[in-house]
Design a binder for this molecule. Structure first.
Ligand code: ADP
Ligand code: K
Ligand code: ZN
Length: 432
Protein backbone atom coordinates (compact mmCIF):
# COMPACT_ATOMS: atom_id res chain seq x y z
CA UNK A 1 0.00 0.00 0.00
CA UNK A 2 1.23 3.49 -0.90
CA UNK A 3 0.54 6.04 1.77
CA UNK A 4 0.63 9.81 1.74
CA UNK A 5 0.83 10.29 5.49
CA UNK A 6 2.43 7.99 8.04
CA UNK A 7 -0.66 8.31 10.26
CA UNK A 8 -2.59 6.25 7.72
CA UNK A 9 -0.76 3.09 8.73
CA UNK A 10 -0.80 3.40 12.50
CA UNK A 11 -2.05 0.23 14.11
CA UNK A 12 -4.98 0.16 16.53
CA UNK A 13 -2.87 0.56 19.65
CA UNK A 14 -0.91 3.46 18.20
CA UNK A 15 -4.12 5.20 17.14
CA UNK A 16 -5.59 4.83 20.62
CA UNK A 17 -2.44 6.07 22.32
CA UNK A 18 -2.35 9.09 20.07
CA UNK A 19 -6.05 9.72 20.70
CA UNK A 20 -5.48 9.72 24.45
CA UNK A 21 -2.76 12.36 24.17
CA UNK A 22 -4.63 14.46 21.67
CA UNK A 23 -7.91 14.26 23.56
CA UNK A 24 -6.23 15.58 26.69
CA UNK A 25 -4.69 18.43 24.70
CA UNK A 26 -8.01 19.18 23.05
CA UNK A 27 -9.88 19.34 26.34
CA UNK A 28 -7.16 21.61 27.70
CA UNK A 29 -7.40 23.81 24.64
CA UNK A 30 -11.21 23.83 24.75
CA UNK A 31 -11.29 25.24 28.28
CA UNK A 32 -9.98 28.48 26.80
CA UNK A 33 -13.36 29.03 25.10
CA UNK A 34 -16.31 30.62 26.88
CA UNK A 35 -18.61 27.79 25.94
CA UNK A 36 -16.46 24.87 27.13
CA UNK A 37 -15.15 26.63 30.21
CA UNK A 38 -18.77 26.63 31.39
CA UNK A 39 -19.93 23.32 30.02
CA UNK A 40 -16.89 21.38 31.31
CA UNK A 41 -17.25 23.00 34.70
CA UNK A 42 -20.93 22.00 34.79
CA UNK A 43 -19.96 18.42 33.93
CA UNK A 44 -17.13 18.64 36.54
CA UNK A 45 -14.54 17.42 34.05
CA UNK A 46 -10.94 18.50 34.53
CA UNK A 47 -8.01 17.99 32.19
CA UNK A 48 -6.22 15.48 34.49
CA UNK A 49 -9.31 13.23 34.24
CA UNK A 50 -8.61 12.56 30.58
CA UNK A 51 -6.04 9.79 30.19
CA UNK A 52 -7.47 7.38 27.68
CA UNK A 53 -9.55 7.55 24.52
CA UNK A 54 -12.35 5.99 26.57
CA UNK A 55 -12.50 9.03 28.81
CA UNK A 56 -14.41 10.69 25.97
CA UNK A 57 -17.51 9.30 27.69
CA UNK A 58 -16.99 11.78 30.55
CA UNK A 59 -17.39 14.80 28.30
CA UNK A 60 -20.65 16.61 27.58
CA UNK A 61 -22.14 16.54 24.07
CA UNK A 62 -22.12 19.55 21.79
CA UNK A 63 -25.09 20.21 19.51
CA UNK A 64 -25.79 22.40 16.54
CA UNK A 65 -28.00 24.46 18.88
CA UNK A 66 -24.97 25.14 21.09
CA UNK A 67 -23.06 26.40 18.08
CA UNK A 68 -25.98 28.62 17.07
CA UNK A 69 -26.33 30.06 20.56
CA UNK A 70 -22.65 30.96 20.64
CA UNK A 71 -22.81 32.49 17.16
CA UNK A 72 -20.42 33.68 15.98
CA UNK A 73 -17.36 33.61 18.28
CA UNK A 74 -18.31 31.88 21.55
CA UNK A 75 -16.41 28.68 20.69
CA UNK A 76 -13.07 30.32 19.95
CA UNK A 77 -10.26 28.91 22.04
CA UNK A 78 -7.73 31.43 20.76
CA UNK A 79 -7.89 35.19 20.19
CA UNK A 80 -9.82 36.14 17.07
CA UNK A 81 -6.65 37.76 15.70
CA UNK A 82 -5.16 34.27 15.28
CA UNK A 83 -8.00 33.17 12.99
CA UNK A 84 -7.47 33.33 9.25
CA UNK A 85 -10.56 31.74 7.72
CA UNK A 86 -14.29 31.52 8.37
CA UNK A 87 -16.61 28.87 6.90
CA UNK A 88 -20.31 28.37 7.46
CA UNK A 89 -22.43 25.28 7.06
CA UNK A 90 -24.77 25.44 4.12
CA UNK A 91 -27.71 25.60 6.49
CA UNK A 92 -29.53 22.57 5.09
CA UNK A 93 -31.47 22.35 8.32
CA UNK A 94 -31.78 25.89 9.69
CA UNK A 95 -29.70 28.99 10.33
CA UNK A 96 -25.96 28.71 9.67
CA UNK A 97 -23.18 27.91 12.08
CA UNK A 98 -19.72 29.32 11.60
CA UNK A 99 -16.37 27.62 12.04
CA UNK A 100 -13.10 29.53 12.24
CA UNK A 101 -9.61 28.25 11.54
CA UNK A 102 -6.06 29.28 12.35
CA UNK A 103 -3.38 28.86 9.68
CA UNK A 104 -2.26 25.74 11.47
CA UNK A 105 -5.81 24.35 11.39
CA UNK A 106 -5.94 24.97 7.66
CA UNK A 107 -2.62 23.18 7.12
CA UNK A 108 -3.77 20.14 9.08
CA UNK A 109 -7.04 20.11 7.14
CA UNK A 110 -5.27 20.30 3.78
CA UNK A 111 -3.10 17.35 4.84
CA UNK A 112 -6.22 15.34 5.73
CA UNK A 113 -7.84 16.07 2.38
CA UNK A 114 -4.64 15.26 0.49
CA UNK A 115 -4.37 11.98 2.39
CA UNK A 116 -8.01 11.19 1.63
CA UNK A 117 -7.68 11.83 -2.08
CA UNK A 118 -4.48 9.84 -2.26
CA UNK A 119 -6.20 7.01 -0.43
CA UNK A 120 -8.82 6.93 -3.21
CA UNK A 121 -6.07 6.63 -5.81
CA UNK A 122 -5.55 10.27 -6.82
CA UNK A 123 -1.93 11.18 -7.61
CA UNK A 124 0.09 14.35 -8.21
CA UNK A 125 0.09 13.58 -11.94
CA UNK A 126 -3.71 13.93 -12.07
CA UNK A 127 -5.54 16.94 -13.45
CA UNK A 128 -8.28 17.72 -10.98
CA UNK A 129 -11.48 19.68 -11.54
CA UNK A 130 -13.34 20.81 -8.43
CA UNK A 131 -16.99 21.17 -9.44
CA UNK A 132 -18.09 22.18 -6.01
CA UNK A 133 -19.38 25.55 -4.85
CA UNK A 134 -16.60 27.75 -3.49
CA UNK A 135 -17.33 30.50 -0.99
CA UNK A 136 -18.52 29.50 2.48
CA UNK A 137 -19.22 25.89 1.49
CA UNK A 138 -16.27 23.75 2.57
CA UNK A 139 -16.35 21.47 -0.49
CA UNK A 140 -14.75 24.31 -2.47
CA UNK A 141 -11.68 25.63 -0.67
CA UNK A 142 -11.43 22.56 1.57
CA UNK A 143 -10.96 20.14 -1.29
CA UNK A 144 -9.04 22.73 -3.28
CA UNK A 145 -6.16 23.13 -0.83
CA UNK A 146 -6.00 19.39 -0.30
CA UNK A 147 -5.68 18.75 -4.03
CA UNK A 148 -2.89 21.32 -4.31
CA UNK A 149 -1.18 19.82 -1.29
CA UNK A 150 -1.25 16.46 -3.04
CA UNK A 151 0.26 18.14 -6.07
CA UNK A 152 -2.59 17.85 -8.56
CA UNK A 153 -3.03 20.44 -11.28
CA UNK A 154 -6.14 21.92 -9.68
CA UNK A 155 -8.97 23.65 -11.54
CA UNK A 156 -11.33 25.65 -9.28
CA UNK A 157 -14.32 25.21 -11.61
CA UNK A 158 -17.04 25.85 -9.03
CA UNK A 159 -20.64 24.84 -9.72
CA UNK A 160 -23.00 25.42 -12.61
CA UNK A 161 -22.54 26.34 -16.25
CA UNK A 162 -22.55 22.73 -17.32
CA UNK A 163 -21.46 23.37 -20.89
CA UNK A 164 -18.34 25.11 -19.64
CA UNK A 165 -17.69 22.28 -17.16
CA UNK A 166 -17.81 19.81 -20.05
CA UNK A 167 -15.47 21.94 -22.14
CA UNK A 168 -12.94 22.14 -19.30
CA UNK A 169 -13.13 18.40 -18.69
CA UNK A 170 -12.21 17.85 -22.34
CA UNK A 171 -9.75 20.70 -23.02
CA UNK A 172 -7.63 20.13 -19.91
CA UNK A 173 -7.79 16.33 -20.08
CA UNK A 174 -9.18 16.21 -16.56
CA UNK A 175 -8.63 12.81 -14.92
CA UNK A 176 -10.23 13.38 -11.50
CA UNK A 177 -13.32 15.39 -10.57
CA UNK A 178 -14.98 16.28 -7.31
CA UNK A 179 -18.73 16.62 -7.73
CA UNK A 180 -21.98 16.40 -5.74
CA UNK A 181 -23.70 13.14 -6.74
CA UNK A 182 -27.02 14.72 -7.78
CA UNK A 183 -25.11 17.15 -9.99
CA UNK A 184 -23.06 14.33 -11.50
CA UNK A 185 -26.29 12.71 -12.66
CA UNK A 186 -27.60 15.99 -14.03
CA UNK A 187 -24.33 16.72 -15.83
CA UNK A 188 -24.65 13.28 -17.42
CA UNK A 189 -27.89 14.36 -19.07
CA UNK A 190 -26.29 17.61 -20.28
CA UNK A 191 -23.59 15.47 -21.92
CA UNK A 192 -26.44 13.56 -23.61
CA UNK A 193 -28.09 16.74 -24.83
CA UNK A 194 -24.77 17.89 -26.27
CA UNK A 195 -24.30 14.57 -28.02
CA UNK A 196 -20.99 14.00 -26.19
CA UNK A 197 -20.17 10.67 -24.59
CA UNK A 198 -19.01 11.24 -20.99
CA UNK A 199 -16.87 8.12 -21.39
CA UNK A 200 -14.89 9.84 -24.16
CA UNK A 201 -13.38 12.22 -21.57
CA UNK A 202 -10.17 11.36 -19.74
CA UNK A 203 -11.87 10.92 -16.38
CA UNK A 204 -10.82 7.97 -14.26
CA UNK A 205 -11.94 8.96 -10.74
CA UNK A 206 -14.85 10.93 -9.33
CA UNK A 207 -14.98 11.97 -5.70
CA UNK A 208 -18.61 12.23 -4.65
CA UNK A 209 -20.07 13.36 -1.37
CA UNK A 210 -21.62 16.23 0.58
CA UNK A 211 -25.12 14.73 0.38
CA UNK A 212 -26.65 11.35 1.15
CA UNK A 213 -26.71 9.06 -1.86
CA UNK A 214 -27.35 5.38 -2.36
CA UNK A 215 -25.07 2.67 -3.73
CA UNK A 216 -27.38 2.69 -6.78
CA UNK A 217 -26.45 6.34 -7.46
CA UNK A 218 -22.75 5.49 -7.21
CA UNK A 219 -23.24 2.67 -9.72
CA UNK A 220 -25.04 4.99 -12.09
CA UNK A 221 -22.27 7.58 -11.90
CA UNK A 222 -19.61 4.93 -12.51
CA UNK A 223 -21.62 3.65 -15.48
CA UNK A 224 -22.28 7.06 -17.04
CA UNK A 225 -18.70 8.30 -16.82
CA UNK A 226 -16.75 5.06 -16.93
CA UNK A 227 -14.98 5.98 -13.68
CA UNK A 228 -14.53 4.71 -10.17
CA UNK A 229 -16.53 6.90 -7.78
CA UNK A 230 -15.42 7.26 -4.16
CA UNK A 231 -17.57 8.39 -1.28
CA UNK A 232 -16.34 11.42 0.65
CA UNK A 233 -17.79 12.45 4.01
CA UNK A 234 -17.32 15.57 6.04
CA UNK A 235 -19.11 18.44 7.71
CA UNK A 236 -18.20 22.06 8.34
CA UNK A 237 -18.15 21.58 12.12
CA UNK A 238 -15.33 19.03 11.63
CA UNK A 239 -13.56 21.24 9.00
CA UNK A 240 -15.42 19.84 6.00
CA UNK A 241 -14.28 17.12 3.59
CA UNK A 242 -11.49 14.87 4.79
CA UNK A 243 -13.23 13.34 7.82
CA UNK A 244 -13.90 9.95 6.25
CA UNK A 245 -13.09 8.72 2.76
CA UNK A 246 -13.22 5.53 0.77
CA UNK A 247 -10.02 3.80 -0.20
CA UNK A 248 -9.53 1.99 -3.50
CA UNK A 249 -11.49 -1.01 -2.24
CA UNK A 250 -14.74 1.03 -1.96
CA UNK A 251 -15.86 -0.85 1.13
CA UNK A 252 -16.92 2.05 3.34
CA UNK A 253 -15.17 5.22 4.43
CA UNK A 254 -12.05 5.19 6.62
CA UNK A 255 -12.61 7.73 9.34
CA UNK A 256 -9.28 9.37 10.17
CA UNK A 257 -9.07 8.48 13.82
CA UNK A 258 -5.84 10.30 14.51
CA UNK A 259 -7.74 13.54 13.78
CA UNK A 260 -11.28 12.70 14.93
CA UNK A 261 -12.53 10.61 17.80
CA UNK A 262 -15.68 8.88 16.60
CA UNK A 263 -18.56 7.36 18.53
CA UNK A 264 -21.87 5.95 17.35
CA UNK A 265 -24.68 6.43 19.81
CA UNK A 266 -28.37 5.75 20.17
CA UNK A 267 -29.91 9.22 19.63
CA UNK A 268 -32.54 8.52 22.29
CA UNK A 269 -30.48 7.05 25.13
CA UNK A 270 -27.17 8.72 24.13
CA UNK A 271 -25.41 5.42 24.94
CA UNK A 272 -23.07 3.74 22.45
CA UNK A 273 -24.87 1.30 20.15
CA UNK A 274 -23.68 -2.32 20.08
CA UNK A 275 -20.73 -2.95 17.75
CA UNK A 276 -21.71 -2.78 14.08
CA UNK A 277 -25.17 -1.30 14.63
CA UNK A 278 -26.50 1.92 13.14
CA UNK A 279 -26.79 5.08 15.22
CA UNK A 280 -25.84 8.72 15.29
CA UNK A 281 -22.24 9.61 14.56
CA UNK A 282 -20.60 11.76 17.25
CA UNK A 283 -17.24 13.38 16.50
CA UNK A 284 -14.56 15.15 18.50
CA UNK A 285 -11.77 17.17 16.89
CA UNK A 286 -8.35 15.96 18.03
CA UNK A 287 -6.07 18.35 16.19
CA UNK A 288 -7.91 21.64 16.01
CA UNK A 289 -6.55 24.59 17.98
CA UNK A 290 -8.69 27.60 16.99
CA UNK A 291 -12.09 26.07 17.60
CA UNK A 292 -12.01 22.59 19.12
CA UNK A 293 -15.38 20.81 19.31
CA UNK A 294 -16.11 17.99 21.74
CA UNK A 295 -18.59 15.17 21.11
CA UNK A 296 -20.43 16.90 18.31
CA UNK A 297 -23.78 15.29 17.53
CA UNK A 298 -23.70 15.16 13.74
CA UNK A 299 -27.23 13.72 13.46
CA UNK A 300 -25.87 11.61 10.61
CA UNK A 301 -26.85 7.96 10.79
CA UNK A 302 -24.26 5.31 10.06
CA UNK A 303 -22.48 2.32 11.59
CA UNK A 304 -18.93 1.09 11.94
CA UNK A 305 -18.31 -1.65 9.41
CA UNK A 306 -17.00 -4.69 11.27
CA UNK A 307 -13.81 -6.43 10.18
CA UNK A 308 -10.66 -5.26 8.48
CA UNK A 309 -10.34 -3.46 5.17
CA UNK A 310 -8.28 -5.32 2.56
CA UNK A 311 -6.12 -2.17 2.22
CA UNK A 312 -4.66 -2.79 5.66
CA UNK A 313 -5.43 0.60 7.21
CA UNK A 314 -6.73 0.22 10.75
CA UNK A 315 -8.75 3.45 10.80
CA UNK A 316 -12.29 2.15 11.21
CA UNK A 317 -14.71 2.44 8.31
CA UNK A 318 -18.14 4.01 8.52
CA UNK A 319 -20.94 2.91 6.25
CA UNK A 320 -22.70 5.12 3.73
CA UNK A 321 -24.75 7.75 5.61
CA UNK A 322 -28.37 6.63 5.43
CA UNK A 323 -29.75 10.04 6.37
CA UNK A 324 -29.94 12.42 9.28
CA UNK A 325 -31.77 11.47 12.42
CA UNK A 326 -33.97 14.51 11.81
CA UNK A 327 -34.93 13.80 8.20
CA UNK A 328 -37.13 10.87 8.97
CA UNK A 329 -40.59 11.25 7.46
CA UNK A 330 -43.57 9.96 9.39
CA UNK A 331 -46.58 9.23 7.17
CA UNK A 332 -49.61 7.33 8.36
CA UNK A 333 -47.61 6.24 11.38
CA UNK A 334 -44.86 4.70 9.29
CA UNK A 335 -41.27 5.92 9.63
CA UNK A 336 -39.59 6.43 6.28
CA UNK A 337 -36.13 7.67 5.35
CA UNK A 338 -35.83 9.38 1.96
CA UNK A 339 -32.86 7.11 1.22
CA UNK A 340 -35.19 4.09 1.18
CA UNK A 341 -37.18 5.71 -1.60
CA UNK A 342 -34.04 6.63 -3.53
CA UNK A 343 -32.62 3.11 -3.38
CA UNK A 344 -35.75 1.70 -4.96
CA UNK A 345 -36.11 4.42 -7.61
CA UNK A 346 -32.50 4.23 -8.74
CA UNK A 347 -32.66 0.48 -9.14
CA UNK A 348 -35.47 0.80 -11.72
CA UNK A 349 -34.05 1.05 -15.27
CA UNK A 350 -36.86 3.26 -16.60
CA UNK A 351 -36.22 5.88 -13.90
CA UNK A 352 -34.09 8.87 -14.95
CA UNK A 353 -31.69 10.95 -12.90
CA UNK A 354 -33.88 13.07 -10.66
CA UNK A 355 -36.79 12.71 -8.28
CA UNK A 356 -38.63 14.64 -5.57
CA UNK A 357 -40.62 13.42 -2.59
CA UNK A 358 -43.52 15.72 -1.86
CA UNK A 359 -45.49 15.51 1.36
CA UNK A 360 -49.06 16.71 1.13
CA UNK A 361 -52.18 16.80 3.25
CA UNK A 362 -55.47 15.53 1.90
CA UNK A 363 -58.18 16.30 4.39
CA UNK A 364 -56.76 14.91 7.62
CA UNK A 365 -54.52 12.40 5.89
CA UNK A 366 -50.86 12.85 5.08
CA UNK A 367 -49.93 11.68 1.65
CA UNK A 368 -46.62 11.14 -0.10
CA UNK A 369 -46.25 12.00 -3.76
CA UNK A 370 -43.11 10.96 -5.61
CA UNK A 371 -42.27 12.85 -8.79
CA UNK A 372 -39.96 10.79 -10.93
CA UNK A 373 -38.10 11.66 -14.09
CA UNK A 374 -38.35 8.92 -16.70
CA UNK A 375 -35.62 8.23 -19.24
CA UNK A 376 -36.31 9.61 -22.70
CA UNK A 377 -36.54 6.25 -24.41
CA UNK A 378 -39.34 5.19 -22.04
CA UNK A 379 -41.27 8.44 -22.09
CA UNK A 380 -43.50 7.41 -24.98
CA UNK A 381 -46.99 8.51 -25.96
CA UNK A 382 -48.36 5.11 -25.04
CA UNK A 383 -50.50 5.65 -21.95
CA UNK A 384 -50.67 1.97 -21.18
CA UNK A 385 -46.89 1.67 -21.16
CA UNK A 386 -46.56 4.67 -18.82
CA UNK A 387 -49.23 3.25 -16.56
CA UNK A 388 -47.24 0.01 -16.31
CA UNK A 389 -44.12 1.92 -15.29
CA UNK A 390 -46.12 3.86 -12.73
CA UNK A 391 -47.56 0.68 -11.24
CA UNK A 392 -44.16 -0.95 -11.13
CA UNK A 393 -42.65 1.99 -9.21
CA UNK A 394 -45.61 2.14 -6.84
CA UNK A 395 -45.44 -1.60 -6.19
CA UNK A 396 -41.70 -1.67 -5.48
CA UNK A 397 -41.97 1.36 -3.20
CA UNK A 398 -44.85 -0.16 -1.28
CA UNK A 399 -42.79 -3.26 -0.58
CA UNK A 400 -40.00 -1.11 0.88
CA UNK A 401 -41.85 1.64 2.77
CA UNK A 402 -45.20 -0.07 3.41
CA UNK A 403 -47.35 2.79 2.20
CA UNK A 404 -48.51 3.58 -1.34
CA UNK A 405 -47.26 6.95 -2.50
CA UNK A 406 -48.82 8.72 -5.51
CA UNK A 407 -46.43 8.52 -8.45
CA UNK A 408 -46.09 11.30 -11.04
CA UNK A 409 -43.97 10.46 -14.07
CA UNK A 410 -42.28 13.47 -15.66
CA UNK A 411 -39.95 13.98 -18.60
CA UNK A 412 -36.21 14.03 -18.10
CA UNK A 413 -34.68 17.37 -16.99
CA UNK A 414 -38.00 18.82 -15.87
CA UNK A 415 -37.61 18.66 -12.08
CA UNK A 416 -35.73 21.53 -10.43
CA UNK A 417 -31.98 20.95 -10.32
CA UNK A 418 -30.23 22.64 -7.40
CA UNK A 419 -26.74 24.12 -7.74
CA UNK A 420 -25.54 22.61 -4.51
CA UNK A 421 -26.98 19.85 -2.39
CA UNK A 422 -30.16 18.44 -3.84
CA UNK A 423 -33.47 19.10 -2.11
CA UNK A 424 -35.17 15.72 -2.20
CA UNK A 425 -38.07 16.28 0.14
CA UNK A 426 -40.61 19.10 -0.17
CA UNK A 427 -43.10 19.38 2.66
CA UNK A 428 -46.36 21.03 1.56
CA UNK A 429 -48.43 19.78 4.47
CA UNK A 430 -48.72 23.15 6.20
CA UNK A 431 -49.78 24.94 3.03
CA UNK A 432 -53.32 23.65 3.34
P1 ADP B 1 -25.20 21.49 6.25
O1 ADP B 1 -25.28 20.76 7.57
O2 ADP B 1 -25.83 22.81 6.30
O3 ADP B 1 -25.59 20.66 5.06
P2 ADP B 1 -22.36 21.00 5.67
O4 ADP B 1 -21.95 21.54 4.37
O5 ADP B 1 -21.43 21.09 6.79
O6 ADP B 1 -23.66 21.81 6.05
O7 ADP B 1 -22.85 19.54 5.42
C1 ADP B 1 -22.48 18.44 6.20
C2 ADP B 1 -23.52 17.37 6.08
O8 ADP B 1 -23.64 16.90 4.74
C3 ADP B 1 -23.19 16.14 6.87
O9 ADP B 1 -23.51 16.30 8.23
C4 ADP B 1 -24.04 15.10 6.18
O10 ADP B 1 -25.38 15.18 6.61
C5 ADP B 1 -23.96 15.52 4.73
N1 ADP B 1 -22.91 14.76 4.04
C6 ADP B 1 -21.65 15.13 3.79
N2 ADP B 1 -20.98 14.16 3.12
C7 ADP B 1 -21.84 13.14 2.95
C8 ADP B 1 -21.75 11.84 2.34
N3 ADP B 1 -20.64 11.40 1.76
N4 ADP B 1 -22.84 11.07 2.39
C9 ADP B 1 -23.97 11.49 2.98
N5 ADP B 1 -24.13 12.68 3.55
C10 ADP B 1 -23.08 13.52 3.55
K1 K C 1 1.04 18.04 -10.83
ZN1 ZN D 1 -9.31 0.50 3.01
Amino acid sequence: MQVFDRHEVLDRKEIENLQAIRLKNTVHQATASTFYRNSLARASVKVPDINSHEDIARLPFTTKEDLREQYPFGFLAMPKEKMVRLHASSGTTGSPTVILHTQNDLNVWADLVARSMHCAGVRSSDVFQNMSGYGLFTGGLGIHYGAERLGCLTIPAGVGNSKRQIKMLGDYKVSVAHIIPSYALHLGSVFDDQGVDPRSMHLRIMLIGAEPHSEEIRSRIQEIYGVRAYNSYGLSEMNGPGVAFECEYQTGMHLWEDAYLAEIIDPETLEPVPQGQTGELVLTTLTREGMPILRYRTRDLTRFIPGECPCGRSHRRIDRITGRSDDMIVIKGVNIYPMQVEKILMSIPEVGQNYIIQLERQGHMDQMRVKVEIRDEFFVEDMRRLQQIQNKIAGLLREEILISPKIDLVEHNTLPQSQGKATRVVDKREEG
